[in-house]
Design a protein around this ligand. Structure first.
Ligand code: PEP
Ligand code: CO
Length: 449
């Protein structure tokens, strides 16, 4: 294999390439990014890799979630705190369900670049570049807003840094004050749509989690927040390789290169070509790397990806995030899981039950139904149960806010409700109540240790 460098991806075919119109302006932005401090450290990355290795062995579970497209405007205290809160609460429910530690990974502090199925968008006969996320251009439908602006690479970096700074401060300062039951908003449990049996089970989980937290608090001298040292890792799709490579560095006393823009970058379904730029770039970094796998993926393709991305079979290195769709999960995933298992390759199996289940409403809004999401999760759990493999994590598009983007759940949102508060600039997210309810549904199905 040819030598790797942070720039060797440039000679490969580039899926989802951005047409920057001024190379000098792009180079200036990249130079700025190269000079600025890293957002994360190699030490944190190695720590996460060790946790992912535990998850691969069935000793831990991973919860990954956040916006589909994080925006620069999302860099606001309420929105960040709400995201931490929902991830934290879901993780407590999952810890209870699986009797294992849970690693929390946010789709935040850099989830600003979006792949699109079409390079342009046409409205009323006017054709403009599509919106590729706030790292590239802006959503307004004007030529000016849709121009790929290299300065946004620097803006994205800065907002990622500000977001991360707030997250680090909150988690260090006892934000995670979970033992107050009133901190949990459980109003959805009163819904008439919820069967008596489910409601009772949810209540039991809440009571047990609360009691466990009270107990920990009672036996410890410090608060639960301090005891549990709540940690969040960051992740984003490593789509814009100008951004990723500019922050990829060597560090003292460690071998190899680290992408210091995030702990866990992943390669998207549209950019995982074996000979493509993204696989070339990510084969050279020491970070753990996720790969999204859609329903057309073959077992052979997955093995070749593992050969390139993890030739030494390093534990904790590879996260396979499957996103097949509820109706295709069983047929598409079964052969892949069996083959990777038989070859003895160390991977962490995660399920993204969102991206294979997107539908459009008659009025043209993208949505996903709670039951379809749940169904994919159940199919995936069944596949792993049958194969004797371990589903070690789940990946959601969610928000801590009260949006109306996905239908269903105990709140029983319908297509007609969606217009009320649909704020995603890309894919529909579970709202706070739906996300919390989803964690209850997963918890009751998790294999206990
Ligand atoms: C995403 O995670 O928002 C995304 C675009 O996913 P995928 O690559 O799986 O389609
Ligand atoms: Co998405």
């Amino acid at each position: 294999m040819a030598a790797w460098s942070p720039d060797s991806w440039k000679s490969r075919p580039k899926a989802q390439a951005i047409a920057y119109d001024d190379p000098a302006e792009l180079e200036a932005a990249v130079r700025t990014l190269r000079r600025l401090p890293p957002l994360v450290t190699s030490w944190e990355i190695e720590q996460l890799k060790a946790q992912l290795a535990q998850a691969q062995r069935g000793e831990r579970f991973v919860l990954q979630g956040g916006d589909c497209a994080e925006t620069l405007d999302d860099c606001a205290p309420d929105s960040i705190a709400a995201k931490l809160k929902i991830l934290l609460q879901m993780s407590m429910v999952l810890i209870h369900g699986g009797k294992r530690p849970v690693t929390r990974v946010g789709r935040f502090a850099g989830q600003y670049a979006k792949p699109r199925s079409k390079p342009t968008e046409v409205r009323d006969g006017v054709e403009l570049p599509n919106y590729f996320g706030d790292l590239v251009n802006r959503p307004d439908f004007t030529a000016r807003a849709r121009r790929a602006d290299p300065q946004l690479l620097v803006e994205g970096y800065k907002h990622a840094g500000l977001t991360l700074n707030f997250i680090r401060s909150l988690t260090k300062s006892g934000f995670a004050d979970l033992h107050h039951p009133e901190y949990w908003d459980l109003s959805f449990m009163a819904s008439a749509k919820l069967s008596g049996a489910l409601r009772a089970e949810y209540q039991r989980i809440v009571d047990e989690v609360t009691r466990a937290l009270d107990f920990m608090e009672a036996v410890g001298e410090r608060s639960v927040a301090q005891l549990s040292r709540v940690e969040f890792y960051t992740s984003h799709e490593g789509l814009n390789l100008h951004y990723e490579s500019a922050q990829t560095r060597t560090v003292p006393r460690r071998r190899g290169w680290y992408d210091l823009s995030t702990h866990l970058p992943w390669i998207g379904e549209r950019t995982r070509q074996l000979d493509g730029a993204h696989v070339e770039f990510f084969r050279g970094v020491r970070n753990p790397v996720g790969v999204k796998l859609g329903p057309s993926t073959t077992p052979e393709e997955v093995l070749r990806l593992l050969d390139v991305l993890n030739p030494q079979d390093e534990p904790g290195k590879i996260v396979l995030i499957t996103r097949m769709g509820a109706t295709r999960a069983r047929a598409a995933l079964g052969p892949i899981v069996a083959r990777v298992r038989d070859e003895g390759r160390p991977v962490l199996w995660m399920s993204d039950p969102m991206h294979g289940n997107t539908v459009s409403t008659p009025s043209g809004l993208k949505t996903r139904d709670f039951d379809a999401i749940l169904q994919e999760l159940e199919e995936v759990m069944a596949v792993h149960e049958e194969a004797g493999t371990y589903l070690g994590g789940v990946h959601f598009e969610l928000t801590g806010d009260d949006v109306t983007e996905c239908t269903g759940g105990a709140q029983a949102l319908t297509a007609a409700d969606l217009e009320r508060n649909y704020t995603s600039v890309c894919d529909p997210r579970l709202n706070y109540q739906q996300a919390l309810e989803m964690s209850f549904r997963i918890a009751r199905r998790m294999p206990s240790r």
